[in-house]
Write a protein that binds this ligand. Structure first.
Ligand code: FAD
Ligand code: NAD
Length: 466
């Protein structure tokens, strides 16, 4: 007798991994449901992550440029520039609301059944949600991640004194002084937002540099540029204590054996995120997490339990929305019988500061460590016509290609549009392109992307404009 199930596919988590998986599964004719404990769909990314942070990055950049008179060299002057923070926050919330409602619309359109509540496994093929039990042939865990706690520091997002990223996206006033613990992506993006809006921002990083994992040249240039913008970035420091005193806090840090205390109106804890499996009762499904709390999966997103899969931030790998989404879509297609894989070595990473920093594939350090003979070519944005016309000449494009085959191994970009530009290299790498393939592809003029073509030309020959 064949077992009958309520659904072919039940997805736990409505973030970019979960909702994309559910939509594709339903598009392919599978009876699909998606459950999320939040009132709104879209997960961390749409509600308290990618989207609100980018809305504030853009708004704060506009404000900063106007308030500082950045456009005066064009003959554009603005007087009495003022900031209505509550309106800026409302605009961000409107964007978030529109996009999360958009996922509801897509669920309706593609016939994904939306369930609301916290899902708990009650067996290997069943979960309880708000007092009801549901069975499914395949269950996908896409429960994402939460901010990592900082030892002996209690985050109080509503209070606004010691906050994590969620609190830093909703402060009610501009802090006079903000101390950011962690010089990673969140620390630099949200540190940039509040610095542009007027805070004096100190970034405390315990490694020897910011942005661990990115190419060394990117890290060096970003540190210099962000310092020039006013971020007080301090590397190789140990945060010893964070004490809240009413409406402010003090941070005690140690640098090379010397102790220092910094007062702050707001302390942002941005020291990483951890996988979220709280309340899932994975044991009831026969699944154990690894020592860091991630759900172990194979290349096809299969967990140790038959019929149960895991994707996105809850599994090991870069905690990025597009990784989660690609894994979700590929998994849904496999569940519908279509062979599909994700290229985990070609996942671009972007930091949305100004300029942006982006990378894909091997860094120069990783290529060296792998003892892989390679060539490197770097082209400065200052020699790119469009960047010059736009007065955004900071940065470079760096391409790393295999010494013998010329196949592109990685690319690293600092540029105002680095996040958009890196897609070209990701696609080239997906197709196994050589630097020559990119160098002889016609690029529209004048565009920032011509810097990619020029860097590619530099691998075996010479760029034209440098
Ligand atoms: P999530 O988006 O975390 O979604 C998981 C969902 O599962 C949540 O909605 C949660 O409520 C739900 N859930 C959890 N447990 C249960 C349960 N038991 N029952 C029911 N529901 C449950 N990434 C980028 O690529 N680009 C960016 O610009 C970017 N910016 C970011 C900015 C910030 C401030 C933050 C915090 C993150 C950012 N990220 C960014 C990371 C990105 O948000 C995550 O990588 C992405 O959201 C992961 O998607 P996911 O589907 O795995 O999980
Ligand atoms: P992260 O891992 O990017 O950075 C954390 C930083 O904190 C690291 O530099 C780390 O060395 C430092 N750190 C850790 N403990 C510390 C301590 N005790 N004192 C001082 N520094 C310490 O993590 P994040 O910035 O919190 O972001 C979390 C995740 O969210 C990341 O994986 C990131 O991929 C994702 N995210 C992505 C984007 C984007 O794609 N643009 C934006 C925001 C967040």
């Amino acid at each position: 007798m064949t077992a009958t199930f309520d659904f072919d596919v039940l997805v736990i988590g409505g973030g970019p991994g979960g909702y994309a998986c559910a939509i594709r599964a339903a598009q392919l004719g599978l009876a699909t449901a998606c459950v999320d404990a939040r009132d709104t769909l879209g997960g961390t990314c749409l509600n308290v992550g990618c989207i609100p942070s980018k809305a504030l990055l853009t708004a704060s950049r506009h404000y900063h440029a106007m308030a500082r008179g950045d456009w005066s060299s064009y003959g554009i002057a603005a007087e009495n520039v003022s900031l209505d923070l509550s309106r800026m926050m409302a605009a961000k919330d409107e964007t978030v609301h529109g996009l999360t409602r958009g996922i509801d619309f897509l669920f309706g359109k593609h016939k994904v059944q939306r369930l609301h509540g916290r899902a708990t496994f009650s067996g290997p093929d069943r979960v309880s949600i708000a007092g009801r039990e549901f069975t499914a042939r395949s269950i996908v865990i896409a429960t994402g991640s939460d901010p990592s706690p900082f030892p002996s520091v209690e985050v109080d997002n509503a209070g606004g004194v010691v906050v994590d990223s969620t609190g830093a996206l909703a402060l009610k006033g501009v802090p006079g002084k903000m101390v950011v613990i962690g010089g990673g992506v969140i620390g630099l993006e949200l540190g940039s937002v509040w610095s542009r809006l007027g805070s004096q921002v100190v970034v405390l990083e315990y490694l020897d540099d910011i942005l661990p994992g990115m190419d060394r040249d990117v890290r060096t240039q970003m540190r210099q540029l962000l310092r020039r913008q006013g971020l007080d970035i301090r590397a190789s420091v140990q945060v010893r204590a964070v004490e809240r005193n009413g409406a402010s806090a003090t941070v005690t840090l140690e640098t090379g054996g010397a102790l220092e205390t910094i007062p702050a109106d707001t302390v942002l804890v941005a020291t990483g995120r951890r996988p979220n499996t709280t309340g899932l009762r994975l044991g009831a499904a026969g699944i154990e997490t690894d020592e860091r709390g991630f759900i172990p999966v194979d290349h096809a997103a299969k967990t140790a339990a038959s019929g149960i899969y895991a994707i996105g931030d809850v599994t090991k790998g870069p905690m990025l929305a597009h990784r989660a989404e690609d894994e979700g879509i590929a998994l849904a297609e496999r569940l519908a019988g279509i062979p599909r894989a994700v290229s985990h070595s070609i996942v671009p990473a972007v930091v949305y500061t100004d300029p942006e920093a982006a990378g894909v594939g091997l860094t120069e350090e990783a290529a060296k460590a792998a003892r892989r003979p390679f060539r490197v070519s770097t082209f400065p944005m200052a020699a790119n016509g469009r960047a010059k016309a736009n007065r955004e000449t900071d940065g470079f494009v760096k391409i790393i290609a295999d010494e013998k085959t010329d196949v592109i191994l990685g690319a690293h970009i600092v540029a105002s549009l680095a996040g958009t530009m890196i897609a070209q290299i990701a696609q080239a790498m997906e197709f196994g392109a050589t630097a020559e393939d990119v160098a002889y592809t016609c690029h529209a003029h004048p565009t920032h992307s011509e810097a990619i073509k020029e860097a590619a030309m530099g691998i075996r020959g010479r760029p034209i404009h440098a």
